[in-house]
Ligand binder design. Structure first.
Ligand code: C2O
Ligand code: CU
Ligand code: CU
Length: 502
C-alpha cells in the first residue's frame, strides 16, 4: 500500500485506533497509562499563560517584550536553563483586536542574536521578524503594523537565521490571539480567557541526565527533526485543567519543533472544530480526531457537561517518526501514545449547550483571477551531501541563502502554489504574510481541519497540494518574506526560500 493511501485510510479507522482507550478513565488510571518508564511527574496544575494586551499610547497598542534567560522547574526534581519572553520560559499570550495598530518593542536581553516573528500575520516585510530583522544582544527592535487579520489564534516565535530550532526549543515562542469577544458572544462561542477559553500549546522536549534541555543538531536529528519524550502543555508536564465552565474552547496549538500530533480524547468523545489557523470556519465541524503538524492551530469547543474525567491524547502512527528508519533507537524518538492534558470538570459550573450551527461567511475565492502559479518542490537529497551533514534540504533545488531572492510576487494579486514533496518525509509548509486556502490534496478535498484559512499545511511524502492566496497590500522590493518547512531543523538546514512582494 502506498504511504498516502495508508494515511487516508487511517482517518477512517477511528474505532480501531481508539478502541483500547475507549472507556472513561479516572485520572489515576490515565497516569498509569502514559507509558513513562519512571514516574518523574506528579500531577501539576494547568498553566494558564499570563495575558499581555499592551498599553494604549497615542492610539497604538504598545507591547514591551524582553527576551530573557532563566531557570524553570519543568521536571519534578531539578531546574532547567530556559529562555523566554517577559518570563523565564516561553511567553505570555498576546491579545489584540483587528483594526488596532500594534507596536512591538522587542528588547534582546540574551547573549545571542535573536529575531521574533509574528507567524500568520499580514504585515509589511520590514515588520515580519524574520531572519532579516535580527536583534543584536542589548538592542531593541520595534515592529509596528495595523492588524488586518481576522480574529484567530496565531504564533510568535524565534526566527533567527540557522538558530530557530534551538531557540524555540529553549523557550522563545508563544501564542497570539486576535479576539472579538462581542462577536463570539453573539455566536455563542466560549470566549472568556481562563474561564471557558484556554490556550493549549503543545510541545515535546528531551532532557539530558542533568535535567538540561537536550538539543543536538546531528545529521540524524536534523533529518527527523528534534523530538522529545516529555510532553508539555503551556510549558508544564502532566497537568490537569479544571475549567470554570462545562463548555470550553481549547485553542490547540502545535508549537513543537518537529512532532506531529494525532489528537483525540481518551473516551473518544466528539468535539466541534470552529477555527483553523486563520480564524473561524463557516460552520462548526463535528470530529473525534484531528491532526496538527508543527505550527498548525485549531480551535475546538468541547462539551464536558457529563463531568467525566478525560485526557487529551496524541495517538501514535502519524508523523515522521512512524516511518520506518525515522523512529526507533533512542528513547527520545518515540512514536507512541502520549497523554497531553487531563481535564477534570467535576467542579465546573454548568454552561448551556453549544447550539451554534453557522459561524461566519468566508470570502469566496472561487472566481478570483490568479496571476501566477508557482511550483515548490520540498526536497531532501539523500546522497553524500546529506550524509556528510553539509546540506541537502532544499526547495526547488535551492537551499536558503540570505542573499538570494527566490521569487518575486506582485501586491494585491492572487497566486496558486503547487507544493510537491518528492522526499520520503512529511513537511509542514508555511508561507509568511498570508492566510491561504488549501484547494486540494492530490486532487482530492483537504482534511476537514484544513478548511477555512491556513498558513501552514502538511505535504505528506509523495503528495501534491495546491494552495491559493492573496499577496497582500504591502510592497517592498528589497526585504523578503519567507516560505519554508516548519520542522524547525529542516528550516535551519535550508528548506526555506525568500520572496519579495513588489
Ligand atoms: Cu512560524 Cu517562518 O515561521
Ligand atoms: Cu511565519
Ligand atoms: Cu521538512
Amino acid at each position: 500500500m502506498k504511504r498516502r493511501d495508508f494515511l487516508r485510510q487511517g482517518l477512517g479507522m477511528t474505532s480501531g485506533l481508539i478502541a483500547a482507550t475507549n472507556s472513561p478513565l479516572t485520572l489515576a488510571q490515565t497516569i498509569s497509562q502514559t507509558g513513562f518508564s519512571k514516574p518523574i511527574f506528579n500531577l501539576n496544575d494547568f498553566n494558564l499563560p499570563t495575558i499581555e494586551e499592551g498599553q494604549t499610547i497615542q492610539g497604538k497598542q504598545v507591547f514591551k517584550l524582553r527576551l530573557q534567560q532563566g531557570q524553570t522547574r519543568i521536571l519534578a526534581d531539578t531546574t532547567t536553563e530556559t529562555i523566554g519572553i517577559n518570563q523565564d520560559f516561553l511567553a505570555p499570550v498576546l491579545r489584540m483586536k483587528k483594526g488596532q495598530t500594534v507596536k512591538m518593542e522587542v528588547t534582546n536581553n540574551l547573549n545571542e542574536t535573536a529575531a521574533l516573528h509574528w507567524h500568520g500575520m499580514v504585515l509589511p516585510a520590514t515588520e515580519d521578524g524574520g531572519p532579516h530583522q535580527a536583534i543584536q544582544p542589548g538592542k531593541t527592535w520595534v515592529a509596528e503594523w495595523k492588524i488586518l487579520n481576522e480574529p484567530s489564534t496565531l504564533f510568535y516565535h524565534s526566527h533567527t537565521h540557522n538558530q530557530t530550532g534551538q531557540q524555540v526549543w529553549r523557550g522563545l515562542g508563544g501564542q497570539m490571539q486576535i479576539v472579538d469577544v462581542d462577536r463570539d458572544a453573539d455566536l455563542g462561542i466560549p470566549h472568556q480567557y481562563g474561564i471557558d477559553d484556554y490556550p493549549v500549546i503543545l510541545m515535546d522536549r528531551a532532557f539530558d541526565e542533568s535535567g538540561e534541555f537536550y538539543y543536538n543538531n546531528t545529521r540524524m536529528n536534523k533529518m527527523r527533526g528534534m523530538h522529545g519524550d516529555v510532553m508539555l502543555v503551556n510549558g508544564v508536564a502532566n497537568s490537569v485543567l479544571k475549567p470554570k465552565k462545562t463548555l470550553v474552547r481549547l485553542r490547540l496549538h502545535n508549537a513543537s519543533n518537529a512532532r506531529f500530533y494525532h489528537l483525540a480524547f481518551s473516551d473518544n468523545r466528539s468535539f466541534q472544530l470552529i477555527a483553523s489557523d486563520g480564524g473561524l470556519l463557516e460552520k462548526p465541524t463535528t470530529l473525534r480526531q484531528i491532526r496538527l503538524a508543527p505550527a498548525e492551530r485549531a480551535e475546538i469547543v468541547v462539551d464536558l457537561s457529563d463531568r467525566n474525567p478525560i485526557t487529551l491524547r496524541s495517538i501514535k502512527g502519524y508523523g515522521n517518526l512512524s516511518m520506518g528508519m525515522m523512529g526507533g533507537g533512542n528513547a527520545r524518538y518515540l512514536d507512541q501514545n502520549f497523554d497531553l492534558l487531563h481535564i477534570d470538570s467535576s467542579q465546573s459550573e454548568r454552561s448551556s449547550a453549544f447550539k451554534t450551527t453557522q459561524l461566519i461567511t468566508l470570502p469566496d475565492w472561487s472566481k478570483v483571477q490568479v496571476t501566477q502559479t508557482r511550483r515548490m518542490s520540498l526536497e531532501m537529497q539523500m546522497g553524500p551531501r546529506m550524509m556528510f551533514g553539509s546540506g541537502g534540504f532544499t526547495i526547488n533545488g535551492q537551499a536558503m541563502d540570505m542573499d538570494v531572492i527566490n521569487e518575486v510576487a506582485h501586491s494585491n494579486t492572487f497566486e496558486i502554489w503547487e507544493l510537491q514533496n518528492p522526499s520520503m518525509m512529511h513537511h509542514p509548509f508555511h508561507v509568511h504574510n498570508t492566510q491561504f486556502k488549501v484547494l486540494d490534496r492530490d486532487g482530492k478535498a483537504p482534511y476537514p481541519w484544513e478548511n477555512g484559512f491556513k498558513d501552514t499545511v502538511t505535504v505528506h511524502a509523495d503528495e501534491k497540494i495546491r494552495i491559493l492566496f492573496p499577496t497582500g497590500p504591502y510592497k517592498d522590493s528589497k526585504i523578503p518574506y519567507m516560505y519554508h518547512c516548519h520542522i524547525l531543523e529542516h528550516e535551519d538546514a535550508g528548506m526555506m526560500g525568500q520572496f519579495t512582494v513588489t
